[in-house]
Design a protein around this ligand. Structure first.
Ligand SMILES: [Zn+2]
Length: 485
């Protein structure tokens, strides 16, 4: 039957182009062919982009122009593709530590320059011309920080235009007078889709252009495109799409670009379980952006209902990395019931390396919160860890320790005599302490969670630097221990 269908289609001379929704499914399946393999983690820098941009300069159809320079002298490049009369402008990473969409843009370039999906791409570029400005804030990206070298948030510079990065964005927007704009960011991984435990893996916004949050044709088209992208993403990550707050911010680019007449869509990449480098979310960006571009080209979005935009849940901020529920906690002779919300915060050394320093983000009744990992520990008692009696001379001596037996003995700290000044962590599942270290006597918001969980006098679980592990099933869930002085 399949063959007959195929034969029939061939005889009728149907074009090879896939139907829009099928196309998105096929793109999802074939994504590995287009993934830019030189990006493997999210701390990418300007110098990582340049060889790729040089490569595309040689490719037919890619028009690349140097359009600006950052404060520290890094080039800003506009990469234009296509001949269609509808102009689409996409810019990423105006916040230096928000690189997910930058990675996806280079995946999209690989898709465009490949010999796959030819018929679809011919149709696309007959109708649209795409203009990409990846990594608008390369100085911030260099040290993986939000702000630029002037120390300002480029996304609050749309009116004053002090930063060369913001000036470039404004000038390009004005010169293109693009019909559509994509403002590509990352948001906190602790955002969830309202009234659910799902992370807001992707959040959209059609920014408001006035305090009244009116919807004109320009903003309405942005909303319709979001409805289409949400429709496609729901098939892949059901319940993990939300809507960013639409309060009007008069200094922000998205809000102003909408006001200046470009239908503007904000895409925020949030969190996804077990995806700290955002490689899965990068793939979702690839799909969402391409689905919108094809929709702009074939004008499918025009039939979509703005009310479906309103139905997308709002972002909420109720997620923790780890939520532990129903713990018994002893304080001054009394026992209390506590839930703990724990976040594993990244500490970066400015290069590509980072480690985790975890914190109790909240404690008390956390029944309205959620966790990427959540455990009901009703009946378990919190027991502080103690210091291992043997004192080691230096960090190298840790190699010889049997951490399973140390943790099983109720020891969560190992004292080391000579700790180099600049060392803050080890990759061992234990906390390293100096002679001056005092075990914290209370759990408090902001403190580092390290303790055992026992039932009927027997420790069954341990939390080291905010990472939870079953003592019967020791694995590598403790990403790193800290050095505490
Ligand atoms: Zn941002």
């Amino acid at each position: 039957m399949k063959f007959l269908n195929f034969l029939l289609l061939a005889l009728l001379g149907f074009p090879a182009a896939a139907q829009p929704s099928d196309l998105i499914q096929q793109l999802w399946k074939t994504y590995p062919q287009f993934k830019e393999e030189s990006f493997t983690q999210r701390r990418i820098k300007h110098q990582d982009l340049q060889p790729l941009i040089e490569k595309y300069k040689q490719r037919a159809g890619f028009n690349i122009h140097h359009v600006g320079t950052s404060i520290e002298g890094r080039s800003l490049n506009l990469i234009s593709i296509g001949t269609g009369k509808t102009n689409v402008f996409l810019w990423s990473q105006m916040h230096g530590d928000e690189s997910t969409a930058t990675m996806a843009i280079f995946d999209i370039f690989n898709f465009i320059s490949s010999d796959k999906f030819k018929a679809e791409k011919v149709a696309l570029f007959k109708n649209v011309t795409l203009h990409f400005l990846p990594m608008l804030n390369p100085d911030g990206a260099e040290v993986f920080q939000r702000r630029n070298t002037l120390g300002i948030d480029v996304n609050r510079d749309a009116l004053r235009l002090q930063s060369p990065e913001g000036k470039t964005l404004k000038r390009i927007r004005d010169s293109l007078a693009a019909d559509f704009g994509f403002n590509l960011h990352d948001q906190s991984k602790y955002y969830n889709a309202e009234a659910s435990a799902n992370p807001a893996t992707i959040s959209f916004l059609a920014p408001a252009y006035n305090y009244e949050k009116d919807v004109n044709g320009v903003r309405g088209n942005a909303m319709k495109l979001i409805v289409g992208m949400n429709h496609e993403l729901q098939k892949i990550i059901p319940g993990q799409v939300a809507k960013y707050n639409d309060d009007f911010e008069p200094r922000a680019f998205g809000d102003n670009i909408q006001k200046w007449g470009t239908s503007t869509i904000l895409i925020e990449s949030g969190g996804f379980p077990d995806d700290p480098e955002k490689q899965e979310i990068r793939k979702l960006n690839f799909i969402a952006i391409l689905s919108a571009l094809f929709s702009i080209s074939n004008q499918d979005y025009k039939t979509l209902d703005i009310n479906d935009y309103k139905k997308i849940p709002e972002n909420d901020s109720k997620l923790f990395d780890l939520k532990l529920t129903g713990l018994q906690y002893e304080l001054l002779g009394e026992t209390y019931i506590l839930d703990l919300g724990i976040n594993n915060l990244e500490i970066s050394n400015g290069k590509n390396i980072y480690y985790y320093r975890s914190q109790i983000a909240d404690q008390g009744d956390l029944s309205t919160n959620h966790g990427y990992k959540a455990r009901d520990l009703t009946g378990y008692k919190i027991k502080p860890g103690i210091i291992y009696p043997d004192i080691l001379d230096n960090l190298k001596d840790l190699e010889n320790l049997d951490f399973f037996s140390i943790l099983s003995g109720g020891y969560s700290y190992v004292q080391v005599k000579n700790i180099p000044k600049n060392e803050n962590y080890t990759n061992y599942p234990i906390q390293i302490v100096s002679a001056d270290f005092k075990i914290p006597i209370r759990l408090s918001v902001g403190s580092n969670p390290t303790f055992f969980l026992e039932k009927d006098g027997k420790a069954e679980y341990v939390v080291i630097n905010g990472f939870f592990m079953d003592l019967e099933d020791i694995d590598n869930s403790i990403k790193n221990g800290l050095i505490l002085r």
